[in-house]
Design a protein around this ligand. Structure first.
Ligand code: PEP
Length: 258
């Protein structure tokens, strides 16, 4: 698939997989994806499996991501994970502001922005998630909601940092529900997000920033969704927990047209 920006496909394992299960999944992914070089492939295990997975993927094209990060550099913040601890394990990416954290941990745009700044200050690439609920979509305020989240969650970042940030558009109504945004719906919001970035930081930055789609991405719908001009990858939840599904999402997306 020929794209203006390099594709980035990430698997968010959420609170799933013991260390043994994680290593089992990784060994299958390494076998299936050993030769993939045309896209960034990122796996985001739970914290407890990061060390083992990091060691297991060092000789593969897979890259490592975490699912959250403290907004503090280090110190007396019980239960938080500081950026240096992730760097220590060769973590490169970190998912921030996932809708589950916004909903269940009351994470605000301002907190996400502080976490994103902390990530950048420590050479981690934040994957910043935004997306509207079903009620908000049906009320016709998708752009208002998503625009506010994008502006708030990137507040205070430099142009260079914004350019290096990956955004993930994840309509909340499509996460784990089996409902997927149509490719037209995804493209419309992705183009809108790009226009918000362009208006804040200039056209060149808007053109360079990568925007993933997330929400029930599966082997059967990945190629069409990721074929949209402003969709630069996928953030995959449920389908990233099983070798065949995650590998097929990547293979189906990257295969040359018949
Ligand atoms: C997610 O949680 O980021 C996600 C997109 O989940 P799923 O693929 O299961 O909808």
């Amino acid at each position: 698939m020929d794209k203006e920006r390099r594709l980035i496909i990430a698997g968010n394992w959420k609170s799933n997989k013991t260390v043994a299960e994680a290593l089992d999944l990784v060994s299958g992914l390494k076998r299936e994806l050993a030769t993939v070089t045309e896209a960034d492939i990122v796996i985001c295990p739970p914290y407890t499996a990061l060390d083992a997975v990091s060691k297991a993927i060092f000789d593969s094209p897979l890259r490592l991501g975490a699912q959250n990060l403290s907004d503090q550099a280090y110190g007396a913040f019980t239960g938080e994970i500081a950026p240096g601890m992730l760097r220590d394990l060769s973590v490169r990416y970190v998912i921030l502001g996932h809708s589950e954290r916004r909903q269940f941990q009351s994470e605000s745009d301002a907190l996400v922005a502080r976490k994103a700044a902390n990530a950048h200050a420590n050479n981690l690439v934040p994957i910043v998630c935004v997306g509207e609920t079903l009620v908000e979509r049906e009320a016709g305020i998708t752009e208002k909601v998503v625009g506010t989240q994008v502006r708030g969650s990137l507040a205070g970042l430099t142009v260079e940092q914004v350019e290096q940030t990956v955004l993930a558009y994840e309509p909340v109504w499509a996460i784990g529900t089996g409902k997927t945004a149509s490719s037209a719906q995804a493209q419309e919001v992705h183009a809108f997000i790009r226009s918000v970035i362009s208006s804040l930081h200039g056209e060149a930055t808007g053109r360079r920033v990568r925007i993933q789609y997330g929400g029930s991405v599966k082997p059967g719908n990945a190629r069409e969704l990721l074929g949209q001009p402003d969709v630069d990858g996928a953030l995959v939840g449920g389908a990233s927990l099983e070798v065949r599904n995650f590998a097929d999402i990547i293979k189906n997306t990257l295969q040359s047209p018949a």
